[in-house]
Structures are given as structure tokens and as C-alpha cells.
Design a protein around this ligand. Sequence first.
Ligand SMILES: C[S@@+](CC[C@H](N)C(=O)[O-])C[C@H]1O[C@@H](n2cnc3c(N)ncnc32)[C@H](O)[C@@H]1O
Length: 293
Amino acid sequence: MQNEQASRTALLIATSLVLLRHDPKYSGLVSKTSADLCAQMLKTCSLQARLLLKVVQQGWFRPIAKLMERVTIPGIFLHYALRKKCIATLARSALTNGARQVVVVGAGFDPLSLELQLDFPDAEFWEIDHPATQRQKLRALPQPCAERLHFIGVDLNATALNGGALIKSGFDSAKRTFCIAEGLLMYLEADKVSSLMRTLNSLSASGSEFAFTFMEKQNDSRIRFDSQSKLVDWWLRRRGEPFVWGTTRSELADLARPWRVVRFFDHNDLRGLGSGLADELIAKGEVICLAEI
Ligand SMILES: C[S@@+](CC[C@H](N)C(=O)[O-])C[C@H]1O[C@@H](n2cnc3c(N)ncnc32)[C@H](O)[C@@H]1O
């Protein structure tokens, strides 16, 4: 990531949620609260983000967005929305079944913890992110922000996650926790991925769960979405966010240890999360893994 600039991919995801919410065909996939929170964050970002926000809410822009998607990663907008829906459902189920803490690593502009803290008044939430992205998010949040929502800024490619920082802000290793790393691990070196998994595991009580996404290595070992164009490879490199880590489902069981892999959700599973998606293109290549301890 570029050190002083908020993640461009996080901005893109927030924008795509607003876009889908305003599209009558897909609006049911993104809650109004989520879309409003994303819009609030985009508004405070930059003039460019504010303009983009205005444009993606207009009907005339939809065919242009479709075309842009087709020449970059076909099906990526639905992938983002369904990935979020899947992880939100897992988090809600964990909280309903007794988890009392949620840690979101690489949270970006994801509104999930903001939404969950409204619905689960007994739970505490932590967002850990690159300082440049987190600064931008904090600017957008209402002051004072929710008391049960804590923020820790760290560049995970430069420094390992420090459990002490979590504990200092009230994290309790005896409580069941739901950890999330969505759309993050592909930006970290392999040793940083293992170290993050071990740290989260050592901090989590028995019965805790971890939902994370990973890029599934292609046959030629390249790390990218199946249909990703060269234009996207170039853009990610230029923005300082190239994908550097990917793996296979079989390698992951070893790599994630001591987490135990419970199940994977790929593009076919995501398709089942919405109605009328049977013939829709959903980008393939990033898989969600649910693991437990
Ligand atoms: C693709 S965005 C995903 C954001 C969010 N999880 C979502 O799905 O909407 C990638 C996120 O990873 C974070 N990230 C990338 N490299 C990082 C690093 N070295 N240290 C900490 N966070 C990093 C970015 O700041 C950004 O928030």
C-alpha cells in the first residue's frame, strides 16, 4: 500500500456497494444502512470520491459501470456484495451464539462493525487497518464514535499485529471472538499471513471463529481473479496494492493451523445467497474460509 494514501481498493468496494444499492435489480443485496455508511465515508474522502458517489447513484451510469466491469474483472461488483453478505451472516450467527468480541483486520471502509454494534449492544468491536486507510475512515465517522468500537492502526507488512495493543483497549482473551480478514491477506507476504493467523489464534478463546478470504492460486501459480484483465494488474501495481499472496484449499489447512478449517465458500456458494442470480456472472478466484479454534 502507498503509505500516505487510503486504500484505493477499499474505496472501490465502498463505491460498488452504493452502486448496487441504487440498482433496483440488486438493491436487496446491500442494506440501506451499509450503503448510507459507505456514502458517508466516500463524501469525506476527496473531491474525486464525492463526484464518483454522485455518479454511481444515477441510473444512466449503470450501463457505463457494467462496461467498466466487463473490461476489468467481470462479475466483481456482485462478488464484493455477496462476499460481504456471507461474512456478515457468519458474524451475526457467531454473535447470536455467544461470541462477544469482533476483530476486523484490514477493515477498510467496510460498514460491518458499525452496523453490528447497533444490533449487538453487549459486544465489543475492533478495527485494525493500515493507518492511511484508517485515518480516512475515522474522519468520516460521527464524533464521538461508538464507545464499543476501537481502532488500531498498523502496517502489517512492516510490523506484526501486537496483541498488547488489543488487550490495552479492553480485548479479553477469555471471551469468544469472531475475527475477520476480508480482502486483506492477498496484500501481505506469506510469513506475515502466518504470523497474523497465529497471533489471532493465540488471542482467541476456545469456540472463537475466523472468517478470512484468500486468492486461490491458479494453475500457472498466478494470483488473480480468473477473468482479471491486464489493466487491473497494472492498476493494482500502480496504486501500490498488487496481490502478493495466494494459496490452494489443500495447502491452507496446514497454513491456517492452529485454526481448524470448517468450510470454504466460493463463487458457486455465493450465488446461492441471493435470488435470481442463477445466470449472473460472479467473479471467481477469491474464496472465503471459515475456521475455528
Ligand atoms: C481490498 S481492501 C478491503 C477492505 C475491507 N475489508 C472490505 O472488504 O471492504 C484492503 C484493506 O486491506 C488494508 N491493507 C492492505 N495492506 C495492508 C497492510 N500492509 N497493513 C494493514 N492493512 C492493510 C487496506 O488498508 C484496506 O483496508
